[in-house]
Ligand binder design. Sequence first.
Ligand code: ZN
Length: 311
Amino acid sequence: MFHHLHGGQHQSVQGSISQEDLEAILQFVGVQRFLTPMQWLEKLDSDRLDPEDLCLTFDDGLLCQFDIALPLLEKYRLNAFWFVYSGVFEGQVQLGKLEIYRAFRCQYFPTIDDFYTVFFGRVFDAGFGETTSEVVTEARIRQMISVFPFYSVNDVRFRLVRDLILGRREYELIMDGLIHDRGPSLNELAKGLWMSDEHLKYLTDQGHVVGLHSYSHPTALADLPYAEQREEYQKNYQHILRVCGRPPVAVAHPTNSYNQETIEILAGLGIRFGFRSNMAAANAIGQSNPNPYEMAREDNANIQRMVGASK
Ligand SMILES: [Zn+2]
């Protein structure tokens, strides 16, 4: 599972890798081990998908993936799954605030910890200090680091405050306030972040597969009522169908958020399988791939560390 790449016009953001890093990862894992999306689907349909089978996935429709990763994939003749949330493709830049905020906190602060200091100050000023100390416990931080070992303690605190305490509305109010105070407009920050419909069409024509990732990339899709979840995926589905000319068959759950209703909605749309965003067990009996809609993925940051350790 890949997200951000840097190089050329694409600045380095937290967790981003270079084209050289990507090449090292591909060679470390073994270029020949990656199935094409078509091979993956064939194996899935005939129930022959093995635990060793791998494929490449890129989330969020980022232009840096197209500019930096794609040339390398073409060099090695590899095809991948590209999971996109459609809102930002249909001009609704404000739906991509998650990404815009990432660009902001990486570009406007000397270090990420400088950002966190300012951010936690605002959270406190907005009256969430007490809830934060109740919810963001040592135990919870340790638990989350065990699932996402590449996060720092501050990274985890930030995500817990954002997702469990503030929720989208309050988080956006705080971030928009910060951005307003520092100067840049959302449109300035959004420039060059995402691909366009033409990029998706090109990928499809080259044998890549574009898949669902919701419409607005909610931070907790599973918390939305059924009708809203359905709308998220219906609009996402229609966009991909229109642009790529074929019905999407795969999903990656945004921020790993889904529930039984989500899976019903996806199955109803004809989606054949879905990816989670980590390798942890997906249920109480410890299965990583309990069914086609909950398949595990390894974050490139973890593979990156294995590459480092092998040197
Ligand atoms: Zn995503």
